[in-house]
Ligand binder design. Structure first.
Ligand code: ARG
Length: 747
């Protein structure tokens, strides 16, 4: 081969190598472009972009399920509506069913060995994406950077609403128009939503949440974080409320389940609903997060957790009632601790400053550009300067004021219900409305403990009053400071004693003699009204419009400045795909983490004195006897979890990890500690997705639970089919004696 040609191939190899290594990107599933497709094939995908998203034929997207409008992701794994998701995604539902049936399924686990044992879950919905449509041209028609911001916002809202309304197909679909790249692009999402969803199975917490909050957000991990649901539909396979006559939903596509295992470098693709990222956050925003926002959230949550725990440790029934709330508070408490650490350690502030310097230079280099983009960064900086003095108050308002003690939101929601039920003309509560309120009351106190809630209220509000400047707190604090001399305990004594919402007895007493006057005088109702009012007015005089405008211009400019770079939009609870491969990592100097964990680690971590590290005796026995059925690795190990370098975030929980043939190899459930700043800046060498190996899931279902009925429903892939790799990228053909490109790139 002539030397020039050789050099050319090498160059292509080097650039494509780095492209293939760069696994940042949560790509909109309908927008996979040539560059994405080439990268995916280079990594080992044997499917086309059309096999992933196709609106005319069944494609992978039809097996992907959105849970509760973006809370989590799940996937179809049989032709009879069987759904797989994380244990922590069904955690709240399991808790509620456990309390309802007086049977602690969190501790004991639950398995339906026949369909008639499956348990309907209230207020739980799943959605399927029908299609995505680019509606940017219509939404933004006639709008440019000179359009006044208020007009722009009004036009966008009006057009989005019209598009959404005309796309529901007479109410069959739920629709939304979402902004991408900070108002630079708009896409219509069309969903079909099912509400008859039933719990099929979940392992005990000692498997599904093994390692607890100690191991949360960390590798190495040994958690069987999975649960199973089933979707039911009417006779025509359409959505219907719960009914005994409903039939298992027949999906357009379900994922074959690979029993073949994972190896380092194997192709791995994750599809799902990442909730939100801030990859375009400015240096000013990073600084505000590190200095004020994150510490405020962490300090309130810290107190909430300690307070809840002291009550939960006393009484198993209280523990069960608050298990899900506690887990939720703990999850993002630890998240923000890790994020702050990561932002500092990886000098994300400096990284952002460098990008901004380049951006400003680029903007200033051309008159027209300067006019359009030149002041975007300044606008952003002004926004953060104006908001920083209020950030603490803002975080306390949400974390302590609104979501601290449950009585606040309870009073707000139920109080509004009471208000709506009142017939002001007749000056009475009509009987049917009263019946509705009674029903609401019935369901409202099954997961509530007055003693815990009152303790939480007193502790958290005391901290709130102490830490937030007096001119930035809800108006009701004046009453506490005046009439109650600043004594939160005294205020709480009175409030919990008298309030309609403090307990079921009080609520029932109100229903027996309902009067608007009683509501108006209610302290919890007044408290709730006061925090919500402040939440609505906000703090200070920072212009939210300038914030939107500055980011819209910055992101638009950035994409023009690096026009050859494939930017992916921030997560916004729309269906995304991220591709990469099974990878190990180096968490710190001289430390190396393997990409898999095995059964051995479960016993290494076992600690019968610590509830987070109990190993159920049945599991211990199976492990000690190495009774792994057909689910062990070639060398006899049972693989529990594995790592990939996919780009995911919250909302992706429960997402399928899919191999190059479109088969299920794992279930994503977490990120890793060393890259907790990943939602703001992706770190290629550090950021990993933690997934439970599908063979561990099968092992638990089969050997631990004996629920072979569920295994039989699945399409298990037990033999590797030989695939002829497609050519990688459009590069010069490999000639005699050269090392094939594929192998170099798989390094
Ligand atoms: N960090 C996981 C996520 O946000 C949640 C894991 C739940 N487990 C737990 N120990 N809290 O998806």
């Amino acid at each position: 081969m002539n030397p020039m040609k050789k050099l050319l191939i090498l160059l292509i190899a080097v650039t494509s190598f780095s492209a293939i290594k760069a696994n940042e990107g949560m790509w909109l599933v309908s927008l996979l472009n040539k560059m994405n497709e080439a990268e995916m094939k280079g990594l080992g995908l044997n499917l086309s972009a059309q096999d992933i998203y196709d609106i005319n034929n069944a494609s992978l997207k039809d097996a992907i399920v959105r849970l509760n409008y973006g809370q989590c992701t799940a996937e179809m794994i049989s032709d009879q509506g069987l759904v797989l998701t994380n244990h922590h995604c069904a955690y709240d539902a399991i808790q509620t069913l456990a309390i309802q049936n007086g049977d602690d399924y969190l501790t004991k686990g639950f398995w339906a060995y026949e369909k008639n044992q499956e348990m309907p879950i209230k207020d739980f919905v799943v959605s399927f994406l029908e299609r995505i449509e680019d509606v940017s041209a219509r939404v933004l028609e006639g709008i440019d950077h000179t359009t006044p911001e208020a007009d722009r916002a009004a036009l966008i809202a009006e057009r989005s609403k019209a598009i959404m309304e005309e796309s529901t197909n007479d109410g069959m679909y739920e629709t939304e128009v979402k902004s991408f790249f900070y108002g630079n692009e708009f896409y219509l999402m069309v969903y079909k939503t099912y509400s008859d969803v039933r719990l099929v199975g979940n392992p005990p917490e000692a498997i599904g949440k093994f390692g607890g909050d100690t191991d949360n957000w960390m590798w190495p991990r040994h958690t069987g974080d999975f649960s199973m649901l089933r979707i039911y539909a009417d006779a025509d396979n359409n959505p219907a409320g719960y009914s005994e006559s409903n039939k298992p939903y027949a999906p357009k596509h379900h994922l074959p389940v690979s029993a073949l295992g994972v190896g380092e470098g194997d192709y791995a693709m994750i599809m799902g609903y990442p909730g939100s990222t801030d990859r375009y956050l400015s240096s000013f925003g990073v600084k505000q997060a590190i200095d004020v926002a994150n510490p405020a959230v962490v300090e309130v949550r810290d107190l909430k957790l300690k307070t809840m725990k002291s009550h939960m440790d006393e009484d198993p029934q209280v523990r069960l009632m608050y298990a899900s709330k506690y887990a939720g508070v703990a999850n993002y408490w630890k998240y923000f601790i890790g994020q702050t650490k990561g932002l500092k350690r990886l000098n994300v502030y400096g990284q952002k400053q460098a990008i901004e310097r380049d951006f400003q230079q680029w903007a200033n280099a051309d008159g027209e550009r300067k006019e359009k983009y030149g002041s975007a960064l300044k606008m952003m900086e002004d926004h953060y300067t104006a908001t920083t003095p209020y950030v603490k108050a803002d975080k306390y308002l949400v974390e302590a004021g609104i979501t601290g003690a449950d009585i606040v939101l309870k009073a707000w929601r139920m109080g509004n219900g009471i208000q709506r039920s009142y017939d002001a003309e007749a000056k009475e509560f009509p009987a049917d409305k009263l019946a509705g309120l009674t029903a609401q009351g019935e369901g409202s106190y099954s997961e509530y403990n007055e003693m815990l809630d009152k303790d939480l209220f007193v502790k958290v509000m005391t901290m709130y009053m102490k830490n937030v400047p007096a001119d930035q707190v809800p108006a009701i604090f004046q009453t506490i400071n005046g009439k109650y001399k600043g004594n939160v305990q005294k205020f709480a004594d009175k409030m919990y004693d008298k309030s309609i919402f403090a307990n079921k007895e009080n609520f029932d007493a109100f229903i027996a003699k309902p009067k608007m006057k009683t509501l108006e005088k209610d302290l919890a109702w007044q408290f709730a009204g006061s925090v919500i009012a402040l939440y609505r007015t906000g703090f200070g005089d920072a212009d939210p419009v300038a914030y939107d405008q500055s980011y819209r211009l910055f992101v638009d400019g950035l994409r023009q400045m690096n026009s050859s770079k494939n930017y992916s939009p921030d997560a916004n609870s729309t269906m995304r795909v991220t591709y990469g491969s099974v990878q190990d990592y180096f968490p710190a100097d001289a430390k190396h983490y393997d990409y898999i964990t095995t059964h051995k680690g479960i016993l290494e971590k076992e600690d019968p004195s610590n509830p987070e590290f109990i190993v159920p005796s049945k599991l211990k026995e199976l492990i000690e006897n190495e009774d792994f059925g057909s689910y062990a690795d070639a060398n006899g190990d049972l693989i529990v979890c594995f790592l990939t370098d996919n780009d995911i975030t919250g909302g992706n929980s429960g997402s399928p990890v899919i191999n190059g043939d479109g088969h299920l190899i794992g279930l994503a459930f977490d990120g890793n500690w060393e890259a907790m700043s990943g939602d703001i800046a992706f770190e290629q060498e550090l950021q990993r997705t933690i997934s439970v190996d599908i063979r561990y899931v099968l092992f638990i279902i089969d050997k631990f639970a004996g629920a072979t009925n569920l295994i039989e429903e699945m399409d298990l892939v037990t033999e590797r089919k030989t695939v002829i790799p497609e050519p990688v990228l459009e590069m010069a053909p490999v000639e005699d004696g050269d090392i094939p490109m594929m192998d170099q790139m798989r390094d």
